[in-house]
Design a binder for this molecule. Structure first.
Ligand code: CU
Length: 215
């Protein structure tokens, strides 16, 4: 009994000691990595596999940096080669966790248009351009979006100032647009106009890949 009592007291002292040490360590912990919030997702095809030239793949990472900047990386393949691909952070600003549309969001016509996808991934929070403005105003600035290489790959990284993107980094979807449905090497009006504007072909704005929290 005596031995057991001493042992229990020693254990209690050891626990108290650890508790104090732990508290002291935590109070001095200034590890900056704890302030970096980063979110990584797979990019999956939005369209059914029966839609020609639509089955790409990839990955993305959204990082909210401590200095208020946002860094977005996109690695994708299987995209229309040699053509620009509009890319955006989609979501809503009330922190709701949206998701990605699947082929069933096609509104009955076999194609998930930009507008068909809005109830799933939300509106445009930021445009993932290669230079200049990143706001919604650049949503269709095809001269400033990444161009897929001859093998249909995009490798994109940009760090930019955007308060809306930073505040919603944890719930945003990354959407990559542009599918050369008829495989003729250009975005043409063969499949009609974009659901957003008659000035752009559907091929240029149709969502190809999507990734986000609720996948
Ligand atoms: Cu978009």
């Amino acid at each position: 009994m005596r031995t057991r009592t001493i042992s229990a007291a020693a254990v209690a002292a050891a626990i108290a000691s650890v508790g104090i040490a732990g508290t002291a360590t935590a109070a001095h912990d200034k590890n900056p990595s704890a302030q970096v919030a980063t979110y990584a997702y797979e990019l999956a095809p939005v369209q059914a596999d029966t839609v020609a030239n639509s089955q790409g793949s990839g990955s993305t990472r959204i990082t909210a940096l401590p200095n208020g900047k946002v860094q977005v990386k996109v690695q994708a393949s299987g995209l229309a080669p040699g053509l620009p691909h509009a890319m955006h952070l989609h979501g809503v600003t009330d922190s709701a966790d949206m998701g990605c549309p699947g082929p069933g969001a096609d509104d009955g016509d076999g194609i998930v248009s930009v507008v068909d996808g809005l109830p799933f991934y939300g509106g445009i929070l930021a445009s993932l351009t290669t230079s200049g403005d990143t706001s919604e105003a650049s949503a269709l600035a095809l001269d400033r979006f990444p161009v897929a290489d001859a093998a249909g790959r995009i490798s994109y990284t940009r760090t930019f100032d955007d308060a809306t993107a930073w505040a919603n980094a944890d719930t945003a979807q990354v959407v990559v647009h542009g599918i050369d449905l008829n495989g003729d090497g250009t975005y043409d009006f063969g499949a009609g106009p974009s659901s957003l504007t008659s000035a752009a072909p559907l091929e240029a704005t149709i969502p190809a890949l999507c990734g986000g929290i609720a996948n």
